[in-house]
Design a protein around this ligand. Structure first.
Ligand SMILES: *Cc1c(COP(=O)(O)O)cnc(C)c1O
Length: 231
């Protein structure tokens, strides 16, 4: 079932790419299989079906799975991160999607420096300014990008991430995704020291097709691949 679902999501992504407006182009989309709250067996099934990347949102859970998983895969941290977990985060994750403050970036920069790693990150943007969600507000985005780029040599910013509000009608996500793509396109034009803005991570199970249509090149999909999570 997991393999079937995974291939179905891949097909939907291809189809959504075909519906993009001219100008966004037809470049590839990375499908992150969000494995939080799913076990090793489910992870294996997704990887064997072709998943190259898994997404986790809790450090503790990710570390225990990392130790247990007998497959090679890229690990992405997609959930909110506390500074006291920075040390573990840099050890296990290839890309951290959820950097949203100078305070957190500093902790990651120091932790990465200590183990001699350049840590790839995305900046999470809270475009809808939802109090319940993390993410830097749009008006503070450029300053954060600039500070990290100038002062934090152990971090490489590779792009932006956002989570859309949970609208009753999923189509209401579209204007927000479109605005994110515009911000992404503008930031891409800025010349940074080390930042290389190329990823736009947006879209989850219920809205990834719209996100891809609007220019996402990373989507984070859990439920549509693995079924509902049991908490
Ligand atoms: C859980 C989670 C997802 C995946 O959600 P689904 O609705 O199960 O696809 C994507 N992004 C983030 C940040 C998440 O926490």
């Amino acid at each position: 079932m997991i393999a079937e679902n995974f291939h179905k999501v891949e097909e939907e992504i291809e189809a959504a790419k075909g519906r993009r407006r001219p100008g966004i182009g037809d470049k590839g989309v990375l499908l992150v299989a969000v494995t939080k709250n799913h076990d090793i067996e489910a992870m294996r099934a997704a990887i064997d079906a072709g998943a190259t990347t898994v997404g986790e949102n809790r450090i503790q859970e990710a570390v225990s799975k990392y130790e247990a998983l007998d497959r090679t895969v890229s690990w992405h941290l997609i959930g909110h991160l506390q500074t006291n977990k920075a040390k573990q985060a840099v050890r296990y994750f290839d890309l951290i999607h959820s950097v949203d403050s100078e305070h957190l970036a500093k902790a990651l920069d120091q932790a990465a420096g200590k183990i001699g790693k350049i840590q790839d990150i995305l900046i999470q943007v809270n475009l809808a300014k939802e109090a319940s969600k993390s993410g830097v507000y749009r008006e503070n985005l450029l300053a954060l990008l600039d500070t990290i780029d100038k002062k934090m040599a152990n971090l490489h910013i590779l792009g932006l991430m956002c989570i859309a509000p949970n609208y009753e009608d999923v189509n209401d996500c579209r204007p927000l995704f479109r605005e994110m793509y515009e911000i992404f396109s503008k930031v891409k034009e800025i010349s940074y020291k080390t930042a290389n803005i190329k990823y736009l991570s947006m879209g989850m199970s219920h809205d990834y097709k719209i996100a891809v249509e609007e220019g996402a090149n990373i989507v984070r999909v859990g439920t549509a691949i693995f079924g509902a999570r049991q908490y």
